[in-house]
Structures are given as structure tokens and as C-alpha cells.
Design a protein around this ligand. Structure first.
Ligand SMILES: [Mn+2]
Length: 345
């Protein structure tokens, strides 16, 4: 049997899912390939689903930790129908919110196992489906769960925190380095999956930063990531602007993709001593956060001005423009300022 794996490429849960599935392929002596999936860059999803449809008759495609929403269903349906008619198999394991009807429709061609978003994470579903007797996979599943679900709600942080943070950083860095080059991204992320799949149980349980997981290369890459994060955050803050409208004080900054929206907005609020932060990214994405002193501010309502939505405390929209140079940065700032000020005065 040939197994083609596609897991969510942006976080620790998706990468741990891949590591568990790699252990499965090796245990069964299958021919296998690990690849990754996400909603961007444009066109890549269509390419991936076309590949799945083109797999041969002995193939099993496994998708893990990735949701079916927003137009994916029709891409998947075409691909799955084609592969299934040749005799291939499809398995989809996920815990995101799916569009209504998607599961029922695609179940005609694929085995679909879904769970509530906090019931099981992608890595746990992969472990339960394929590697239930494997202690290392169990530990990898725990690592995925901690990063996706548990880390954020425990104080002190979850037991594997010491590993989830640097691994999460490395994943961000490799996606960033790969950029729009899918194969480059795949190779970088696969190297991390390889190391995770060879990890020892003790290493995960003891949060050990040592071989085969945490080698010199990872240590160097982590250092480079942190250096880049610091310098890009400085750049964001040094070119940020503040303005007032009515009873609102706001900060606006351009955030490089390497910095998370939360970090950018949090730093903008602190540095500007403001109540609302707008951080915009190269592709036009806009993130909006409020200061905790102003719980009356609804970020999701503000996000509607930019065709978006989200939570009251954190939301996002889109500026409808790409940021290529300093002129674009000024234009974007002006757009945010004027659209906000017209509505909130
Ligand atoms: Mn997940």
C-alpha cells in the first residue's frame, strides 16, 4: 500500500499528526509520503486536491487536522470521486468546524472521523486511528493537544510547554522561509517531522532538548527565528502611528508575517499606551485587539468595517490591498484611520 499524508502545516498539532502518521507508515512498511496543507497561498489547495485525485489505485490519502470549509468541499469531492473510482482510499481526521453537509457528502467517498474541537486534537485522532499501542505516538498526541488546546487554559502552562513553544516557533519559521515555494516548505517541515517521529518517550516526558529531536540545526534555526522576531517587532513599533477618534485612542502598525498578530497588537497597545491596536500584514490581512481596560470595545464590530469578524476581544478583517513598499504602508494606515474615524467619533 502507498500512503500519502497531508496535515495542517501551521501548528504543532498538525506537525505532530504528521509525525504519528510517519511512524504508522514505517511500522507497516508502507511506501509513504508526508505533505502539508493550508488555506493559503491561493491556488495551492486546488493543486493538492488535484494530486489526491491523481494518486494511483493502491493509494490511501490521509488528511489530518484540517477542516473542510469555504469551498474546499467541491475540490475534495472531485478528487475523492476520482481516487475512489480507481480503487484508492481516503481517510480524513479532524476537529475543526466543518461546513454543514460536508461530512455527509464526502462520506460517500471517504472515511471521515471528526471530533469536537476540544474533544480530541488532530494528533490524538491520528494516534487513536492508527497507533493506539505506541507509547511514543501517545506522547506526540499529548504534545499536539497541549499546543492546540490545553496550553492556553492552564496556569502554570501545560507540562510539555517547554517543547511546544520552540517547536511552534520553528514551524512558523519554516513556513516563513518556504514562503510560496511549496516544495521548499515541505522539505523544511518534513525535516522537523522526521526528528519528531524518531523522538524517545523519555525525551517528550522530560522535555529534553537533545538528539534526535533537538539537534544543532534546530537550535540554530530557533535562534535565527527569535532574532528575526525581535528585529521585525522593533520595525513594526518604530514605524507605528497613533491617533485618536472620539473616546478611542488607537495604534496602527505594519507587522511582518513572522510576528504573530497577538504579539504585534499587544506590543502596539503597550508602546502607544492605546486602547485599540490595528496590525496589518503584507497580504492585506488586518488584526484588531483591544486593551483590557476597555471591555466596551467590540473588536468584531470594528472588523466589520474591513469585511471581517471574530471575537469581541480579538478580530480580523482585510484591507483589500497588498503591502509592497513604504508608500503602501502609508496608504494602509490612512485607510484604517479614515474608515475607523468615520464610524467611531
Ligand atoms: Mn489542531
Amino acid at each position: 500500500m502507498k500512503v500519502s499524508v497531508y496535515t495542517h502545516r501551521v501548528d504543532c498539532d498538525g506537525i505532530c499528526s504528521a509525525a504519528i502518521l510517519k511512524r504508522y507508515i514505517e511500522k507497516e512498511n508502507f511506501e509513504g509520503r508526508i505533505d502539508f496543507i493550508n488555506y493559503d497561498p491561493p491556488g495551492e489547495l486546488a493543486e493538492i486536491f488535484k494530486e489526491i485525485g491523481d494518486l494511483d489505485s493502491e493509494a490511501t490519502a490521509i488528511i489530518a487536522d484540517f477542516g473542510c470549509s469555504g469551498g474546499i468541499e467541491s475540490l475534495a469531492e472531485t478528487a475523492f470521486r476520482k481516487l475512489k473510482s480507481k480503487g484508492g482510499n481516503i481517510v480524513w481526521l479532524d476537529h475543526h468546524k466543518w461546513d454543514d453537509g460536508g461530512r455527509q457528502n464526502l462520506s460517500r467517498f471517504a472515511k471521515i472521523r471528526l471530533s469536537g474541537s476540544r474533544e480530541f486534537c488532530g494528533a490524538e485522532l491520528s494516534y487513536l486511528e492508527y497507533m493506539k499501542d505506541d507509547k511514543i505516538s501517545e506522547a506526540l498526541a499529548k504534545l499536539g493537544r497541549d499546543a492546540d488546546i490545553d496550553m492556553w487554559k492552564t496556569d502554570p502552562p501545560s507540562p510539555t510547554y517547554a517543547l511546544t513553544l520552540p517547536i511552534g516557533n520553528i514551524i512558523t519559521y519554516y513556513n516563513y522561509l518556504g514562503g510560496k515555494d511549496r516544495e521548499k516548505r515541505r522539505k523544511l517541515l518534513s525535516s522537523l517531522v522526521d526528528k519528531l517521529s524518531k523522538v524517545s518517550l523519555q525525551q517528550i516526558l522530560n522535555k529534553d532538548f537533545k538528539q534526535p529531536l533537538w539537534d544543532k540545526d534546530l537550535e540554530n534555526d530557533w535562534e535565527k527565528y527569535r532574532g528575526l522576531e525581535v528585529s521585525k517587532l522593533e520595525e513594526c513599533l518604530s514605524t507605528a502611528e497613533t491617533f485618536k477618534s472620539g473616546s478611542y485612542s488607537c495604534s496602527i502598525g505594519f507587522a511582518d508575517d513572522i510576528i504573530s498578530s497577538s504579539l504585534a497588537c499587544g506590543s502596539l497597545l503597550t508602546k502607544g499606551n492605546t486602547q485599540i491596536a490595528f496590525a496589518f500584514h503584507q497580504d492585506g490581512r488586518l488584526s484588531i485587539r483591544r486593551d483590557n481596560s476597555r471591555l466596551d470595545i467590540k473588536c468584531n464590530k470594528i472588523a466589520k468595517l474591513f469585511g471581517g469578524g471574530g471575537h469581541e476581544y480579538a478580530a480580523g478583517g482585510n484591507l483589500g490591498m497588498e503591502i509592497q513598499n513604504t508608500e503602501d504602508i502609508s496608504k494602509a494606515k490612512e485607510l484604517i484611520r479614515s474608515r475607523f474615524s468615520t464610524q467611531y467619533k
